[in-house]
Write a protein that binds this ligand. Sequence first.
Ligand code: NAD
Ligand code: MG
Length: 391
Amino acid sequence: MQRVLVLGATGSIGTSTLDIIERHPTHYYAYALAANRSVDEMEQLCLRHRPVHAVMFDHDAAFALKTRLAGVVETQVHAGEAPMVELAKSAEVDTVMAAIVGFAGLSAALAAAQAGKRLLLANKEALVSAGQIFMSAVHEGGALLLPVDSEHNAMFQCLETDDLARPQMGRVEKILLTASGGPFRGKSRSELLDVTPDQACAHPNWSMGRKISVDSATLVNKGLELAEACWLFDRKPSEIEVVVHPQSIVHSLIRYVDGSVLAQLGQPDMRTPIAYSLSWPDRVDAGVDVLDLVKVGRLDFETPDLGAFPCLKLAYQAIELPGGMCAFSAANEIAVDAFLAHRIRFTDIDRVIETTLNTVDLAEPTELSEVKGLDYAAREAAHAVVAEIKR
Ligand code: NAD
Ligand code: MG
């Protein structure tokens, strides 16, 4: 029985994780749940899964949850980030699903890595911002790091290996990272000027949280995933090629030196990679619809349009700069928040990122405090760009 801490339990990945856990009650137990401030959702999850602990980042939300659960379930309710970090290290926890959105998820994910947990990583921003520190923590802490992001989970499935630490990377010629192209694929730059947050969040294939949906529409998500793949599989950016595949059925491919190309296919349903990360090296039923390739009919592949979607080009540049992806990711979080709040246009997002990269003092962070310092400085710079755009 794996006792699981679900960080970001009320989110898209969190609820899909709990769906798998519920399907296999003899394999997994939702020992602890953590989220930001959605009291209604967390109350329902606690009633359903009866975790030993529930944490709300927001103190008022924690108080409200505690009041509602008193005398109903025995779940202990905590507030703030510190209990999440403690639970991530706790001997009572075997597995940590890191599915908080954004940089906010870094401390708890890092604690799980240091504590040597089975660490299911959905929170790509944590890895992208603190890559070196994160991977050192995984190796030194002896954690088992399993990628949840569908593309990286696909790569992991196609990298022939019995030994996670030593996949046959020497025989890999290229990693092909697939991208759906998002809801605006095929649109020109001028057609993107007036798109709304709701349009940006209406992904054609995947149902996801709003932040990653916007990232998918700008192709920032592919830039973050490029960096994520470099860290996870110890590759250089030049060894990874982004291929647009609008159907989102092929989740990524590995090209080997002998010409073989291995791909992982599946429905665009995150329960498949989540189930694989929970059950690896075994597999469990994920409740996912059967993939009917005849019904899908065709699988298309094309190159990304970096003119209409310059964020991916910016990511290729940022990844070569010391601390560049930390600043890129921080600036993007500010820009996405501003776009979702109707304060800037969709096409301003790349401007916020680019100006931030050009103004902030970049340096490779070597410890967590430096990552937090760079993240903070990039956020300040990005806020300034947003304020300038509004004027
Ligand atoms: P979401 O917005 O649906 O959920 C985010 C969760 O994080 C919520 O439970 C929220 O309460 C919690 N949260 C936010 N701030 C927090 C804080 N400070 N402390 C504690 N909890 C906090 O997001 P999502 O779509 O589930 O994405 C989660 C992560 O997984 C992101 O990093 C995303 O890039 C990654 N991811 C998501 C998908 C997907 O299909 N949704 C696919 C691949 C990777
Ligand atoms: Mg992905």
